[in-house]
Design a protein around this ligand. Structure first.
Ligand SMILES: [Zn+2]
Length: 168
């Protein structure tokens, strides 16, 4: 079964949420895909702090779960207010979940803080594969994150991603 909205947006049936369950288990080989509009190769992107800042907002950033979708599905538009092809020229990156789950200790203002990245499966109506990565410090999700904290999370994520498709 596929809903009317998915049908109109050209979303494939496997991405239509309907009654599908939340799957908060992530396998060893599970990947998370994210789209972005930054032009350049993997090396260009990793070398530019500005680009990393644009890709990783550190605000419950959206990803797609690889076991439920194809890599380029993040380029499908599920918002009826935008043109259908709005994301087609975007780039796609991937992150290995097993890397994500390694805890990192980083020094912030002389304190050693524990940085954890927690993937959550949060399906939306027209994107069953939708996930968020929640950023925890000492096990807690900080609503307001000071720059010193977001800088560390960007450093962690900026090191572990790989390019699937370059933006054009
Ligand atoms: Zn649907």
């Amino acid at each position: 079964m596929i809903c009317e909205e998915c049908k109109q947006l050209g979303i494939p049936e496997y991405l239509c949420k309907n009654d599908k369950p939340i799957i908060n288990t992530f396998g060893q080989d599970e990947l998370l895909y994210r789209r972005h509009y930054c032009i350049g190769t993997e090396v260009d992107i990793k070398d530019s702090k500005d680009t990393i800042t644009q890709i990783f907002k550190i605000h419950d950033d959206s990803y797609n779960k690889s076991s439920l979708s194809h890599p380029l599905d993040v380029l499908l538009n599920d918002n009826p207010n935008y043109p259908k092809d709005v994301y087609l020229n975007y780039g796609v990156i991937k992150i290995n979940v097993s890397k994500l789950l390694e805890v990192g200790l980083h020094q912030i203002n002389n304190d050693l803080r524990k940085f954890t990245l927690a993937p959550k499966h949060i399906p939306t109506d027209c994107n069953y594969a939708h996930c968020e990565i929640h950023c925890l410090v000492d096990g807690f999700k900080a609503e307001k994150k000071p720059k010193s904290i977001t800088t560390v999370f960007r450093l962690i994520l900026g090191e572990m991603f790989e390019v699937v498709k370059e933006a054009s």
